[in-house]
Design a protein around this ligand. Structure first.
Ligand code: SF4
Ligand code: SF4
Length: 436
């Protein structure tokens, strides 16, 4: 069965939280949707993947459709990526599959958005695509599905390096490669003091640690100068964000009016979450339900708010506290698309200007680099569910593709595999380090 092969090969969603693909392969639904939307600013690696590996992606898609009994396959792709569209079209022999052409907007790749665009169906509040008869997979996940059919585990990750580097590009590297190597493969940084955004500026994380490593979900690395506007925006404590919000939020509601979840009809209203700051010292005791269906897209904080406040972070905090308190909000109002939704879409070009990163917008052409890192660190938790447990001891020799961490049978999670030949230098509950 396909799901068994996917489990053996450790296939997880390559474009998000790393949900194990074997679980999706066990469902029975009407629609399968390939997500080639890729809308994080400055990340173009999926466009390169589709351009150079269209056959593998489409084979993976057909295999998933067979497994889940989907009668209809929708391939979400942006019209602006003409070469990728052409490459996919050339290989599209499965008559069940058709394109869903997307504009260059953020966040067109969000699952709720994509399911609505592709099928006209609205996922119930707090639900998943399965609830409306859909399974969605990112295009790199589909590439990995094809590898699993060939019994090849996930040992490599397709990433891009962009931003303040000499030669932005996309390439395969072994899982566990340090970010530092990616910067070097991009010809080095163009600034001496830099910060890394991992998997995107809007929804990714920011790190100063170039020794951290590529996981199965890492979309790409963006290098920005340490004195960039976005770094100072991000580099504040929650207390500072709350204090500024409490004094400066004038309740203009722009954060809500541009919120993509609100515009789709979900009860997310970040301005009301911000309002709670005005009545409490920290806001923490009075977070309200208006944060709960937020998908953390970042639009409110990084695009909509004219005062440069932090409604997204207030929602993050609110969701965390409400979860810890065991509170659950259930939307009772029917989900209905806002009449202004189509007019409030955010073009990537506008978003880049607002983020002050337009100067870094460049293609990241695919290059075969055959990178051989001196050492890799395979994290045991790089997916949704339970962490894997090390199955190798320090000092042991391992071969590329060998299982080095396993998830117990019956538990949600994914096995991890050695991504290079070498010797285990360290094995603990967090990672396996292998030296070449
Ligand atoms: S957009 Fe900014 S100022 Fe306006 S309500 Fe939202 S957080 Fe407050
Ligand atoms: S981050 Fe802001 S804009 Fe995005 S879903 Fe959450 S509340 Fe809405």
């Amino acid at each position: 069965m396909l799901s068994d092969q996917l489990r053996e090969c450790g296939v997880v969603g390559a474009g998000g939280a790393g949900f194990p693909t074997e679980v999706k392969a066990q469902s029975q639904v009407e629609f399968f949707i390939a997500n080639g939307a890729e809308c994080e600013p400055l990340i173009h690696k999926d466009a390169e993947l589709m351009k150079h590996f269209p056959g593998q992606i489409l084979n993976g898609m057909s295999a998933m459709m067979d497994a889940i009994g989907a009668k209809s396959g929708k391939f979400g792709i942006k019209t602006k990526n003409a070469e990728s569209v052409h490459a996919i079209k050339e290989h599209m022999t499965d008559k069940r599959i058709e394109f869903v052409m997307l504009g260059d907007f953020y966040p067109s790749g969000d699952e709720y958005e994509l399911v609505y665009t592709a099928t006209g169906r609205l996922i119930p509040a707090g639900g998943i695509p399965l609830n409306v008869g859909c399974v969605v997979n990112n295009v790199e996940t589909l590439y990995n599905v094809q590898l699993a059919l060939e019994k090849k585990p996930v040992t490599e990750k397709f990433v891009s390096i962009s931003g303040a580097v000499k030669e932005p590009k996309s390439f395969w590297v072994p899982v566990g490669t340090p970010y530092r190597d990616l910067v070097a493969l991009g010809g080095g940084a163009t600034v001496s003091d830099y910060v890394l955004f991992v998997s995107g500026i809007m929804m990714g994380s920011m790190t100063f640690d170039a020794d951290d490593v590529v996981t199965k979900t890492c979309g790409g690395i963006i290098v920005l100068p340490r004195d960039h506007y976005l770094v100072s925006r991000r580099n504040r404590t929650q207390q500072e964000m709350n204090r500024i919000g409490k004094s400066a939020c004038d309740q203009c509601s722009y954060c809500t009016e541009f919120c993509p979840r609100y515009l789709l009809g979900y009860e997310v209203q970040p301005h009301k979450v911000m309002r709670s700051l005005g009545f409490t010292t920290t806001g923490a005791e009075h977070w309200n339900q208006w944060s709960e269906l937020c998908c953390a897209c970042g639009i409110c904080t990084l695009y909509a708010c004219p005062e440069d406040l932090y409604p997204k972070e207030a929602c993050d905090d609110g969701k965390r506290d409400r979860k810890a308190a065991g509170l659950k909000f259930v939307q009772t109002r029917p989900v209905e698309v806002h009449p202004m939704k189509e007019y409030r879409r955010i073009p990537l070009s506008q978003l880049r200007k607002r983020l002050q990163i337009d100067e870094y917008e460049r293609e990241t052409p695919y290059q075969e680099v055959q990178h051989k890192p001196a050492a890799v660190r395979i994290k045991l938790k790089q997916h949704a569910g339970a962490p894997a447990v090390a199955t190798v001891q320090e000092g042991k020799k391992v071969k590329k593709g060998q299982v080095v961490g396993q998830v117990e049978a019956g538990k949600l999670g994914a096995h991890v595999h050695a991504s290079i030949d070498g010797k285990v230098r360290q094995a603990n509950t967090d990672f396996i380090e292998i030296v070449a």
